[in-house]
Design a protein around this ligand. Structure first.
Ligand SMILES: Nc1ncnc2c1ncn2[C@@H]1O[C@H](COP(=O)(O)OP(=O)(O)OP(=O)(O)O)[C@@H](O)[C@H]1O
Ligand SMILES: [Mg+2]
Length: 102
């Protein structure tokens, strides 16, 4: 199962005084069976990207294709369990996480 990001933008707390745009037009593919490293300075958005890999966060605009599913800002939170069963995020500490595929 591949994961494709297409023009993904993400803003925390949009429309509030704490609004913060974090992801800008991200295009990337995570190919099944590959090892990938996500590198960037602190606060650059690595954890935010990771949380899009199994729809813990949904893009503010753009889409994330996870296998057969396409996640957009419109995606209902119901029926996301099958994705999370296939792709689990493990947070080993506040700032370190990894993805396990079943
Ligand atoms: N829940 C949140 N609400 C509002 N802003 C947030 C939230 N989580 C993260 N941010 C902000 O989004 C930006 C990106 O944060 P993120 O945690 O994705 O970065 P990171 O690359 O994982 O950083 P680190 O290397 O410190 O783990 C930072 O400016 C952070 O302050
Ligand atoms: Mg982080």
């Amino acid at each position: 199962m591949d994961i494709d990001f297409e023009q993904v933008n993400f803003t925390y707390q949009p429309g509030s005084p704490f609004e913060q745009r974090v992801l800008y037009n991200i295009d990337m593919t995570v190919k099944e069976g590959t090892y990938n490293a996500l590198v960037g300075h602190t606060g650059s958005g690595k954890s935010t990207i990771l949380q899009h890999l199994n729809a813990l966060l949904k893009p503010t605009s753009g889409n994330v294709k996870i296998g057969e599913r396409t996640i957009t800002s419109e995606t209902n939170n119901k029926n996301l369990k099958p994705i999370r069963k296939k792709l689990e995020l493990f947070f080993s500490s506040l700032n370190h996480s990894c993805l396990k595929k079943r």
